[in-house]
Design a protein around this ligand. Structure first.
Ligand code: AMP
Length: 257
């Protein structure tokens, strides 16, 4: 039923109790499980406390990493960063590493098939089922978003960070990474400790960043369409603390019933 036919009071009630999200959750879980005892299954689902299922999207160098670290610390969810998983793969020298190395250095997207498999494997883990999860850098295409939907994986909250492009250019020029720990620094705003050997990521070059940004902006609307009932835009041009506070509010409003 279209909500414009409902009273303001009813619309508020639906939003406060997160009723659309609840029904969507029951619908997808039921399709996935296809239980013989439907009512019993629904009752069990209603009694189970849902775990947070969060997606964070944002342009390259849009501050996703810092926000994701905070979300993981606050909600205890499993952090699944496809960029980190793929970079780890590169260090193994495997056949897959050879296949994806030049794609990643150029800032282009690794094939949907490879990335979707990596993510599906992790989401199936018992830890993800018990603690919930945070997807960082995934989905990056509509195909990736639909692949998750097909296996019944529906996030409870999708955060989209909106970041001005001049900030992205500054971050690209100044970002440095500790290759041993993966810790991220910025030469001006968060310089690495004296003596620490840090590197610039190959895909932080001006040309690679422009490819990454263009991929992001081209795909965003298509991906968001898959998550219209759970996605929210957050102004990522503020301090880390301010952004984190708003993200927390948005997650709390959407996660749980
Ligand atoms: P990130 O650290 O999230 O910026 O990812 C670094 C690089 O990994 C990207 O520029 C892509 O080459 C690759 N990558 C990460 N996530 C994905 C994804 N979901 N789909 C395709 N390629 C990805």
């Amino acid at each position: 039923m279209a909500t414009d036919q409902l009273s303001a009071e009813t619309v508020k009630y639906l939003a406060d109790k997160q009723i659309p999200q609840l029904f969507e959750f029951l619908y997808h879980e039921t399709l996935l499980t296809r239980p013989t005892d439907l009512i019993g299954h629904l009752l069990t689902l209603l009694k189970t406390k849902p775990v947070p299922k969060i997606v964070v999207m944002g342009p390259p160098l849009g501050g996703k990493t810092a926000q994701c670290e905070r979300i993981v610390a606050k909600y205890g969810v499993v952090h699944i960063s496809t960029g980190d998983l793929l970079r780890k793969e590169l260090t193994t020298g495997s056949a897959l590493a050879k296949q994806i190395q030049s794609t990643m250095n150029a800032g282009s997207l690794v094939s949907d098939q490879i990335v979707v498999q990596l993510v599906k494997d992790r989401l199936q883990s018992q830890e993800c089922k018990e603690k919930g999860w945070l997807l960082d850098g995934f989905p990056r295409t509509r195909v990736q978003a639909l692949s998750l939907q097909q296996v019944g994986v529906i996030p409870s909250c999708v955060i989209v960070l909106d970041v001005p492009s001049d900030l992205i250019v500054d971050r690209a020029e100044g970002r440095r990474v500790d290759p041993k720990t993966g810790r991220v620094y910025h030469v001006k705003s968060n310089p690495p400790p004296a003596g620490l050997e840090v590197e610039q990521r190959p895909d932080d070059s001006a040309s690679a960043v422009s490819v990454r940004l263009s991929n992001y902006t081209t795909n965003l609307a298509d991906i968001e369409e898959c998550y219209s009932s759970v996605s929210v835009h957050v102004n990522g041009g503020r301090t880390e603390e301010e952004i984190a506070n708003e993200i927390t509010e948005q997650i709390d409003a959407r996660v749980g019933r």
